[in-house]
Design a protein around this ligand. Structure first.
Ligand SMILES: *Cc1c(COP(=O)(O)O)cnc(C)c1O
Length: 348
């Protein structure tokens, strides 16, 4: 890493700290495909406990945990309902279609947030012309919605409606712990409304690799078969699970610092002529803003910021994303905020 580089492109860019590396170096391991790896077991047990589920299974990525959830709840020719900006639909190569023969029905949210009323009438009748509606997925916090929290009452409503209509529910909780840190509602309270939950260790929690899928014991046993089928059986996986375990034990509470830092960036954006938060509300660790054409396009703004060591992502010709995480300090965020203002001023 360039010494003073401030990398706000994503909360996936974090590197393991010395303490996390020490935990990794010391982790006991076994063959998790033949039978068990003790560190993976500890991670899975602790994850299940925190999420209030019977069992959990460690996998290489959140795409895999999500797609195996689809696989568990749906058969070829089935359909699931999701919000149109969600990760499962937009950023996983439609693996539900490629790997499981499943289709998605999307419902547009506002900044990723949607409501039960939008679901009414979407369950298809039992009729041999039609696919079968099987599941609803919710993403919380919402990535493309700039880290917005799907409000708790709406989660309760959406899931109650789904279950009432005989549909399974899956939570893409890649950043669930951001929602926990921001609301004070614990993870088990959020997850009790879902049949299965996926969480990521390689986002704000700061571990190098992996996700878990949590749910009922029998279903997670079945997920283990699918994980092998999808190529996700890992041998001495304790080497990476140890980083995830360290993250789960040590890095949940501190997510609040990332949220405070995102507010600093948000207020800098609000003060810059030509930049506009999109949406204006910042709930957690992500800030998305648009660049007025007078200042050039998003990529030009990003390039100019990068030449001052502040790195962000242009996510469209006009929009930019900045994400706070454990490898950017409060001081660096202050510096990034100043850089915003000077770059916007110069280009304007
Ligand atoms: C990052 C992310 C995932 C999983 O991504 P992988 O890169 O496959 O681990 C899933 N859902 C959301 C909302 C994400 O942000």
């Amino acid at each position: 890493m360039v010494p003073n580089m401030i990398d706000l492109r994503s909360d996936t860019v974090t590197r393991p700290s010395p303490a996390m590396r020490a935990a990794i170096a010391e982790a006991p391991v076994g063959d998790d495909v033949i039978d068990k790896d003790p560190t993976v077991e500890r991670l899975q047990d602790l994850s299940a406990e925190i999420l209030g589920k019977e069992a959990a299974l460690y996998m290489p990525s959140g795409s895999m945990t999500n797609q195996i959830a689809v696989r568990l709840h749906c058969k070829p020719g089935d359909e699931f309902i999701c919000e149109s900006g969600c990760h499962i639909y937009n950023y996983e190569q439609a693996a539900f279609a490629q790997l499981s023969g499943v289709v998605a029905r999307t419902v547009p949210g506002k900044g990723g947030i949607w409501k039960k009323d939008q679901l009414v009438g979407l369950v298809r009748p039992v009729n041999e012309h039609q696919v079968r509606t099987r599941m609803v997925t919710i993403e919380n916090t919402h990535n493309r919605g700039a880290g917005r929290i799907q409000p708790y009452e709406t989660v309760v409503d959406l899931c109650a409606w789904a279950h009432h209509n005989g549909l399974a529910t899956h939570l893409d909780g890649a950043r669930l712990f951001n929602a926990v840190a921001a609301t004070g509602i614990n993870a088990a309270d959020w997850s009790q409304h879902f049949d299965t939950i996926s969480i990521c260790f390689s986002k704000g929690l700061g571990a190098p690799v992996g996700s878990v899928l949590a749910g009922p014991y029998e279903m997670i046993q079945e997920a283990r078969r699918h994980r092998k089928l999808f190529g996700g059986g890992m041998r001495q996986a304790g080497m990476i699970a140890a980083g995830a375990l360290y993250a789960l034990l040590n890095n949940r509470e501190r997510l609040r610092e990332d949220h405070d830092n995102a507010q600093v960036l948000a207020s800098a954006v609000r003060r810059c002529e030509g930049l506009r938060l999109q949406p204006d509300q910042v709930d957690t660790n992500m800030v998305i803003f648009t660049v007025n054409a007078d200042l050039g396009n998003a990529q030009q703004f990003v390039d100019e910021m990068a030449s001052h060591d502040v790195h962000m992502l242009a996510i469209s010709p006009t929009a930019i994303r900045a994400v706070t995480h454990l490898d950017v300090s409060a001081d660096q965020v202050q510096q990034a905020a100043k850089t915003f203002m000077s770059v916007a001023h110069r280009l304007g």
